[in-house]
Write a protein that binds this ligand. Structure first.
Ligand code: TMO
Length: 314
């Protein structure tokens, strides 16, 4: 009798172990993991980096160009599987709006802290082109330093594409009482910002542009303007008066809620993926400084950084 009990116990244990191991090796679906590409370099390079990591695990991936605001709704309804660069300042609201409706999950946070803000190249500070910068109040005294041929005598703030922020910066100018001295122009794309920064540097002239960190510009030095501190609710869109800067923010990952079920191995790897500011800045630099294609940059990054990404798959 004792022996029979023991046999049953061993059999039961075997069953439990078989169940556990069959869960551990549950295969990812052969259906493609859909990864969005947007319009700034680190995001596109990282799309191919993460796609390459998934492919190394036997998964199939597909890339789709997507608007960086509406993508959260696309993930929520399952047309897109993941977002790997959810920047708090620019996309936090769209991410959480989609989450409130249901269908999109938080898949973790990168090590990198972020800032998306108006600023000036470091030489504008070093050469004292507008004394008192980077404190925002210094801007009151030198709009002419930042005037351009198309700015109607006012100083120009060169914003990113309007698809990123809508009227965040025009609203801020007004809220800070700077709108009679400054005007916002939207760049057609990130490349237009980099081209303007390069020509301003060549001429040694003042320039104010939207920029962010981590980015390739971290290496050379870029001074973000210090506006009144951000707090939850300070923006006009959130019910405030808009007289605040951007948050020192997080960089998150998001996924469709079915991703853990359809692709358990890839999902687990995705939750572990965490890049530092240096790593993200380097991904952007391969394209914006070295002139590589996004795909080639991702291949080069993966080849040089196996020690970084292989552990995410284990
Ligand atoms: C979303 N971005 C990094 C361009 O500010």
């Amino acid at each position: 009798m004792k022996k029979i009990t023991k046999t049953i116990a061993v059999a039961a244990l075997g069953f439990v172990m078989a169940t556990a191991s069959s869960q551990a090796i549950a295969a990812d679906s052969a259906k493609p993991i859909v990864i969005p590409t947007h319009n700034w370099s680190s995001q596109v390079v990282m799309a191919y980096v993460i796609g390459g990591i998934f492919e190394s695990m036997g998964d199939t991936v597909e890339y789709v160009p997507a608007d960086s605001q509406t993508v959260y709704e696309a993930i929520r309804i399952g047309d897109v599987t993941i977002s790997h660069e959810v920047w708090q300042s620019t996309f936090g609201a769209s991410f959480y709006n989609a989450m409130a409706k249901g269908g999109i999950i938080d898949a973790g946070t990168h090590a990198a802290a972020t800032l998306e803000e108006m600023g000036v190249p470091q030489y504008v500070i070093d050469d004292n082109l507008c004394p008192g910068l980077p404190n925002w109040e210094a801007l009151k005294n030198c709009p002419e330093v930042f005037a351009t041929a198309d700015s109607g005598g006012k100083g120009r703030w060169l914003e990113g594409p309007q698809s990123w922020h809508g009227d965040l910066m025009p609203t801020r100018l007004k809220a800070l009482g700077l709108d009679d001295k400054y005007t916002v122009k939207f760049a057609g794309g990130a490349d237009a910002i980099w081209a303007e920064l390069a020509s301003a540097k060549k001429e040694g002239r003042g320039i104010i542009t939207f920029n962010w960190t981590p980015n390739f510009t971290d290496a050379e030095g870029f001074a973000f303007i210090e506006f009144p501190s951000y707090f939850d609710g300070c923006r006009v869109a959130d019910g405030g008066d808009g007289a605040c800067g951007s948050p020192k923010g997080w960089l998150k990952k998001a996924a469709n809620y079915k991703f853990p079920k359809t692709h358990p191995a890839a999902y687990t790897a995705f939750t572990k993926i965490s890049f530092t500011s240096r790593q993200i800045g380097a991904m952007a630099a391969l394209v914006d400084v070295d002139g590589m294609s996004h795909q080639d940059a991702a291949k080069a990054w993966l080849a040089a950084n196996e020690n970084v990404w292989k552990p995410f798959t284990e």
